[in-house]
Each structure stands twice: as C-alpha cells, then as structure tokens.
Design a protein around this ligand. Structure first.
Ligand code: SF4
Ligand code: SF4
Length: 529
C-alpha cells in the first residue's frame, strides 16, 4: 500500500522518461509496529483519596458477595435445599432466595441477562467504563493481588528495586511467598465457585476428605490457574489484548458520557518549574509534570496523552493529581471525571477558539481561581434522555419479571397427545385417546391434586396402570418439587362428540386451592351423530 504525497516536478532542462513521486510506503516491514509489543512491567504506586477508598469499598463488597453467598442459608422446608443461592444441575433447578426456577422457565434467566445488558448500557453511557474501573472481576482480583504484592515486596520503588536486584535468599523468599499466596487466592476463588453448584458445607467436607466428584477438583484447578495467571501474571494485558469490552464500550460512549479526563485547557503548558517560568513572564498551566498520575496507573498509561483504550477509568490518577493540586494550593480537578461536551466548551474558552491554550483565559487574575464561565461536570450531566430511556427500560423489565414471578402458579401441567394411533375404537363402541401427562409441583411442599376433564361431554379417564377402570376424576399425590409423569387414557362415546376433533381441558385442583389447566384435543374417526 502506498500513499501519494508529492509529485516530483520534471527537471527544467530535460524531459523525464516517466513520472516520479516522493513517497514513503505507509505499510513497510521496516516501520510496521508489531501487533503485540513485549510487556513492560508496571509497578503501580499505592494511591490514596476518595476514589481509592471507593474502590476498596467496592472490592470488599464484591469479594464478600462472591465468597460468602454460597454459605448463606434459606429455609425452604424439609424437602428442598436450604442454600440461598444454588444452581442444582442434578435436578435442573436454580434457587435464588425465595425464587425457584425450573428449566422451562429459563426466560427468567434470559430476562435477568437482558437486564444486566441494559444495566451495562446505562452505566457505560452515563459514567463510562465504571464497570471496568471498579467492579469487573479482573480489576477486583488484580487489586487483591496487588495488596498481597505490596504487603510482601513494598510499594513501587521497593518493588522496582527488588525486581532489578540479583536473586538473593531474601528475594527468593519474597517471590515464593507472593506467588504462594496468589495461588492460595486462586484456590479459594475456584473453591468458592463450585459451592454455588452443590450444598456448600457437604461439598467442602467431601473436597477436604477427597470424596468430591472429579469435576469439582477439575473446576478448582482450572479456576485456580486462570485466577493466578490473569490476576497475577497477565494483569493489564487482559484488559488491553483479551477483553472485547473496551472496544464495545467505545461505541456506547457519547459526548455526554463521563470519562476520566486530563483537563489540558487548564493544565497546559505544563512546567516543572512553574514559579520560575511565571516569574519570567511565561504562560504556564497547572500541570507541574510530576508524573504522580502516571505512577499510580495500574494500566501504565499517561492520561495526559488523551483518551486511550487502555484506560479503565479507575480514577486513581484523579486521586494522585488532586493530592498534588492540594499541596500546591490549587483547585482540584486538573484530572477529573468530565464529559466531552464540557471539555470542548472549556477548551474553546481557554484557547479563545484558536489552537493555543492560554491559562489566563480561564483564571481570575485577582484570585487565581477558575472563572465562573468554566463548565463543571456535576450529577445533572448524567441525567439526559438516553440514560432516562435505559433506566425506564430497566425498571419496566424488572417490574414485568416481578409481576410474572409473583403470579406464576406453583402447579403446572404438560399434556402430549399420542401421535400414533390418534385414537382407538374399543369393542364397546367408545373411542380412546392416549396422553402423556406431566404434572409439576414447583414448590417444596407435598400436595394432593384432583384431575378432572372439562368440555368433553361424557368423558372419562383411565390410568395405564389402573386395570382399565374408567374414572371421572383422578386423585394424585405429588412429591415436593417433583414432576409426576402419568400415562392417561381419555374415553368418550361417538354420540357425545361433535366431529373428528373435540377441544377440551384437563384441570387439576390442589388440596390448598391452587388450580392449573392444560388444553387438549380428543381425536375421533368422524361425527356419528
Ligand atoms: S489513566 Fe487514570 S483512570 Fe485511566 S487507568 Fe490509569 S489511573 Fe485509571
Ligand atoms: S499528577 Fe497532575 S500535576 Fe502531576 S503530572 Fe499528572 S496531571 Fe500533571
């Protein structure tokens, strides 16, 4: 691929034999950047400030939820598991507090996934990549691994020094301890995961006594390895190279979404010797080029280079810079959460519509503070039609799911007509249709139900295992949380039928007043009336 830049003019003293061009190949093996650059180690410095505190809080809550949830108990009576959250693969049930979802009710899970999707749209369109910066498991576990690393090897400078140091006994002990604890965290992570799929105390005892199923050990091993490798070794590379979410999120952001922004309209021109430069009458911005924002960044980037795919918007650079601004007696917010719209307005104000930032245009010369015309991003920025629509959608789907859930019957019935033969003509002249019926008792309580026919004149039933005795109703005992399969014959006389097909219903009424019905069709040779 070549790009045409300038056509070389022919020499004045002679005719060229062909056109010649001044050109550089755009895509050349000599200049082409590799798709994957070798990793440079990042040693993030510990940050402190409001966002760091908020991140600690989110980390504690998310880790707490993950590790503790399988141990929460929920009394569902003597016939159902008492684990609050349980994915019961063996019986194909999902228990979530008072909710019990059966396989045929998977639409609830689909609804929850849709809600999660819209929730992510809402969060991303309003507060940018907040998921990545605060709640993503990769972020949370990397943070946890960094806590261990700092506790053993020290903060940034000590870790850099240790990394460069020769392999002494001290270095070996520190490195082995760090990796051992990381692996233990990985084992705990994999261990917690399997407890969501079985009774946690029972499975723990089985795991410890080596009596658990092989799949449990296999799952722990896989999750231990992925947690250790992703959280301890790959870290920021997972976000940069492996996760599709940064690319998807780029399409969700707009000029009113909050992102972590370096406000160069007040920071530039940056100067390490601001006082001296100011004394010399030079125009200087607020950035003192201290790199405090760079050394805390877990992604190893400089936010002053502008919006970057690698930035997970963890806001630690805001904390670092706010600290610097406070020490310098300047207003916080040189790096801040801001919308592109506000940023553009402030940049236009600072540059007067030109190309060069003039700090004096955004500062009050008397007080040195930012002028009132500077747009400050506040909570109103996130309330706009797009976010309101997402929010309303989220609430509407949630309400519909809650309503459907609260109205769902704990009894259900599935009826399947025999395909062949459609009917049997018996010796007494009556017609018999065969059905496979399944009665679902979707609660952890035993029940007695009575099965009746409705809409089939003169109709009666017999059970396949009931020696052909014809019954008007059938009483059935249902085990808790079970499906009762039934082979049922329905009988009718041709004189009572309207034609080849007669629609009717099978009804069940339980001893505690719950009713369920299923539509069915009675097949016959033809109208005999
Ligand atoms: S640039 Fe700032 S917000 Fe972005 S990842 Fe680095 S520290 Fe976090
Ligand atoms: S922390 Fe603030 S002042 Fe220091 S380099 Fe970063 S933006 Fe500039």
């Amino acid at each position: 691929m070549v790009s045409l830049i300038n056509k070389v003019e022919p020499p004045p003293d002679g005719k060229p034999d062909t056109d010649r061009y001044e050109v550089e190949p755009v895509n050349s093996p000599k200049t082409r950047q590799p798709l994957y650059a070798p990793r440079k180690k990042i040693f993030p410095k510990r940050a402190s400030g409001n966002f760091r505190r908020f991140k600690w809080l989110v980390m504690l809550i998310t880790l707490g939820i993950y590790y503790i949830t399988p141990w929460l108990r929920w009394d569902r009576g003597p016939y159902a598991p008492d684990q609050a959250v349980l994915v019961d693969l063996e019986n194909r049930r999902f228990f979530f507090l008072f909710i019990e979802i059966w396989p045929q009710e998977f639409y609830y899970v689909a609804g929850m996934l849709v809600m999660a999707g819209i929730g992510l749209f809402l969060v991303t369109s309003t507060v940018g990549r907040a998921w990545c910066g605060y709640a993503c498991p990769q972020t949370v576990w990397v943070d946890l691994f960094l806590v261990v690393e700092r506790a053993i090897e020290g903060d940034r400078n000590a870790r850099i020094k240790l990394d460069k140091a020769p392999w002494t006994a001290d270095k070996v002990i520190k490195r082995v301890s760090k990796h051992a604890i990381w692996i233990l965290i990985g084992v705990a992570t994999g261990g917690a995961w399997i407890f969501y799929f079985a009774d946690a105390p029972t499975l723990l005892a089985q795991v410890v006594t080596l009596e658990a199923p092989a799949v449990a050990y296999f799952t722990i091993a896989i999750l231990t390895a992925t947690t250790y490798v992703f959280g301890g070794l790959l870290r920021e590379q997972v976000c940069t190279y492996m996760c599709p979410w940064p690319r998807i999120q780029g399409a969700m952001l707009d000029e009113h979404s909050l992102t972590v922004t370096y406000n160069d309209w007040r920071g530039e021109p940056r100067s390490r010797h601001a006082k001296k430069a100011a004394a010399e009458g030079k125009s200087v911005g607020d950035c003192v080029d201290c790199n405090a924002c760079v050394v805390v960044c877990p992604m190893g980037i400089d936010i002053r280079d502008g919006q970057q795919l690698e930035c997970i918007t963890c806001a630690l650079c805001i904390d670092a810079c706010d600290d610097v601004m406070t020490k310098l007696g300047k207003e916080k917010g040189l790096i801040s959460y801001a919308t592109l719209s506000d940023y553009n307005a402030n940049m236009a104000l600072a540059s007067g519509g030109g190309q060069v930032v003039q700090p004096a245009r955004v500062r009050d010369s008397a007080t040195g503070r930012l002028v009132a015309a500077v747009r400050r991003t506040n909570w109103r920025s996130i309330i706009r039609p797009r976010s309101v629509i997402y929010f309303v959608l989220l609430v509407a789907i949630g309400l519909v799911m809650l309503t459907v859930l609260s109205l769902r019957s704990p009894l259900a019935m599935n009826v399947l007509h025999d395909r062949n033969p459609l009917y049997v003509e018996l010796r007494d002249g009556s017609i018999r249709n065969g059905f496979d019926v399944k009665i679902l008792n979707m609660t952890p309580t035993p029940r007695t139900v009575v099965l009746n026919l409705e809409g089939l004149e003169g109709g009666s039933m017999s059970l396949a295992d009931g020696r052909g005795e014809k019954l008007e109703s059938v009483e059935l005992a249902l085990e808790p949380d079970q499906v009762l399969p039934l082979r049922l014959y329905v009988h009718a006389t041709p004189a009572d039928l309207d034609g080849r097909q007669t629609k009717f219903r099978m009804i069940i009424n339980s001893n505690d007043g719950i009713r369920s019905a299923a539509d069915a069709t009675f097949e016959a040779p033809g109208a005999r009336r």
